[in-house]
Ligand binder design. Structure first.
Ligand SMILES: NC(=O)c1ccc[n+]([C@@H]2O[C@H](COP(=O)([O-])OP(=O)(O)OC[C@H]3O[C@@H](n4cnc5c(N)ncnc54)[C@H](OP(=O)(O)O)[C@@H]3O)[C@@H](O)[C@H]2O)c1
Length: 296
């Protein structure tokens, strides 16, 4: 690999635009690979705006060589449709960093990456796509990756940028903690409300009960998380700005497919696998699935 690794980013949406912008600021602009052509990307943050010159490429057959590092920031529901990009940009020397929610990124991307190493990450920052396709970054960008040798390529690419990268020796526990937060955020879809709804006493009780159910499943999968996590996650929602949404709520409101399976279905699936009762998931998951896919 050369001193200046070649970098590509698939999926220049809310999270993808953020990572493209911080790389661009550091002089390491990635190739932008998307579904919709854009002449540039715009990221709005607390101190101003970063404009990333385009174009956003839309034809994977125009890619003539694989890249050293590929960030994947499509929704997990869009993985299969991104197969052309993955296959053109990856070979066995590529490191693929999944900027996606869930705990299953490795297995989900493996079929399309030509033997590349897939690194999952936990994306800690909220970013919102606006009607004009610009992105509003609502917190400081921060990622956690597993502490494995291949993560060095991601750390070096993001070194000195606005995006902090932490490595964790117990990545599964960190990923499950974030998954619990995402799972609870799914309640916003059914209420069709943003974070302000967690100030209601009845919603707090429901959220805690659901998070305790999720915790049992997470522990059965090997995550080391204590009981306090449920209260901490609820407290986080209560502290959040009342108008803070979540990407699954944005998808519901725009009538797009939702990542219900990797955020909520996964708790139900693994619960059933381990023989753990998941009564709240058994109500929540079919409603989310029907909201996403219908029919009706
Ligand atoms: N947003 C957040 O605050 C947040 C926080 C933490 C984690 N996450 C996770 O991060 C991941 C990305 O979420 P997001 O909110 O950034 O999604 P998003 O804003 O919807 O961005 C997805 C991007 O992928 C593009 N895309 C769709 N299909 C494609 C294809 N076949 N080939 C290439 N590009 C394609 C979309 O293009 P179009 O312009 O055509 O739609 C869009 O630019 C998800 O797993 C999400 O759960 C999000």
């Amino acid at each position: 690999m050369s001193e200046n690794p070649s970098i590509a980013l698939i999926g220049p949406g809310a999270i993808g635009t953020t990572i493209a912008a911080v790389l661009h600021e550091a002089g390491r602009a990635p190739r932008l690979c998307g579904r919709t052509a854009h002449p540039k990307l715009v990221l709005r943050h607390d101190e101003g705006e970063i404009v990333v010159p385009g174009p956003v490429l839309t034809d994977p057959t125009k890619i003539d060589h694989p890249c050293d590092l590929v960030f994947v920031a499509v929704k997990t529901t869009q993985n299969a449709d991104s197969a052309g990009w993955l296959s053109a940009l990856c070979d066995e020397n590529t490191v693929v960093c999944a900027l996606q929610n869930g705990v299953e990124q490795k297995n989900q991307l493996a079929p399309w990456v030509n033997g590349a190493t897939v690194l999952p990450s936990v994306v800690w920052f909220p970013a919102q796509r606006e009607a004009d396709a610009s992105v509003w970054l609502r917190a400081s960008p921060r990622l956690t990756l597993p502490d494995v040798p291949q993560a060095k390529r991601v750390v070096e690419a993001l070194q000195g940028t606005r995006c902090a990268v932490e490595l964790s020796a117990d990545f599964p526990s960190v990923a499950w903690r974030k998954l619990l937060q995402n799972a609870a955020a799914g309640l916003m879809v059914l209420a069709n409300r943003r974070a302000g709804m967690f100030s209601r006493e009845d919603i707090s009780e429901l959220t805690l009960a659901y998070l305790r159910e999720c915790l049992s499943v997470a522990r059965a999968e090997g995550a080391e998380l204590d009981d306090a996590v449920a209260q901490e996650i609820l407290a986080g929602f209560k502290r959040a700005p009342a108008d803070l949404g979540t990407s699954i709520l944005a998808d519901r409101q725009a009538n797009r497919p939702m990542e219900w399976d990797i955020r909520n279905g996964v708790i139900q699936r693994y619960g059933h696998f381990h023989g753990i009762p998941v009564p709240i998931s058994d109500v929540l998951v079919p409603l989310l699935a029907a909201g996403s896919e219908g029919p009706g």
